[in-house]
Design a protein around this ligand. Structure first.
Ligand code: ADE
Length: 250
């Protein structure tokens, strides 16, 4: 899978590409990350990429021209390619969207800066807009890193021998169960004995119960949408109201 990242700050991505899981996937040849410097598509002696807003007001607006020319300069993988503008006005980026994007061959990620981008860019040069959350970043670069990270770890082979991404939070609509490693006692807190029992079925049920408890306490909105099994429903029915409240500070 190939990611083309269009940005005014390509150097921001150097250690990200080298150090993260996607970085290792790059080294293994499973994904390819190419950085495109938007400034090189700007015209004039000063290669200006932004300008004052028509109608007045504070701040600068990114010009549509350099971004559209940069997009048009790229080799495209036909309809297996998607052009995405990172913006706080976009559709919320979710794990389900990450799975969908991971089936494509090419993602072109456009990082906006300043107060915004010329509105015509939205209709002329991009297929969709994604937001990574309801807050405003100073640019789309960190949002693009989030998208590259979440999508590339779903590309077959990227996680290698590491644990299956199917066990991750959100894959089944629930938060993950708690994890423990050595030492067995840390600051007087013991690892739950069931995890030392060697009884795989008991461990499975304990983990599922913890995942349900944690999701109910922290993200009840997720439970409403999760696909619950009959066993899940029985476990949930077994939680007393008081127990849920006690667990809510987990
Ligand atoms: N650019 C600025 N804020 C953003 C956000 N929340 N998500 C994606 N891109 C952004």
């Amino acid at each position: 899978m190939r990611f083309d990242i269009l940005t005014l700050f390509p150097e921001l991505f150097a250690s990200f590409v080298k150090e993260t899981i996607p970085g290792r996937a790059v080294a293994k040849g499973l994904i390819d990350i190419r950085l495109v410097d938007l400034r090189s598509f700007a015209r004039g002696p000063h290669r200006v990429t932004d300008d004052r807003p028509y109608g007045g007001g504070y701040g600068m607006v990114m010009k549509a021209g350099p971004i559209c020319r940069a997009v048009e300069s790229l080799e495209r993988a036909g309809d297996r390619s998607r052009i995405i503008l990172l913006s706080p006005q976009g559709e919320p980026f979710t794990q389900a969207r990450a799975w969908e994007l991971s089936t494509l061959e090419q993602l072109i990620l456009v990082c906006g800066r300043y107060e915004g981008v010329d509105e015509r860019l939205r209709t002329e040069c991009v297929d969709m807009e994604l937001s990574i959350g309801d807050y405003v970043l100073s640019g789309g670069e960190t949002a693009a890193m989030v998208v590259v990270d979440a999508v590339s770890r779903l590309v077959p082979g990227v996680l290698g021998g590491e644990r299956s991404n199917l066990e991750d939070s959100f894959e089944d609509g629930l938060l993950e169960y708690p994890h423990y490693t050595r030492p067995r006692v840390f600051r007087n807190q013991e690892v739950p004995p069931v995890l030392l029992s060697g009884d795989h079925e008991k461990i499975r049920v304990w983990r599922r119960t913890q995942a349900l408890k944690r999701t109910l306490a922290r993200r009840p909105d997720l439970l409403e949408r999760a696909e619950l099994t009959e066993e899940d429903k029985r476990i949930l029915a077994g939680f007393g109201q008081a127990e849920c409240l006690v667990q809510s500070d987990e």
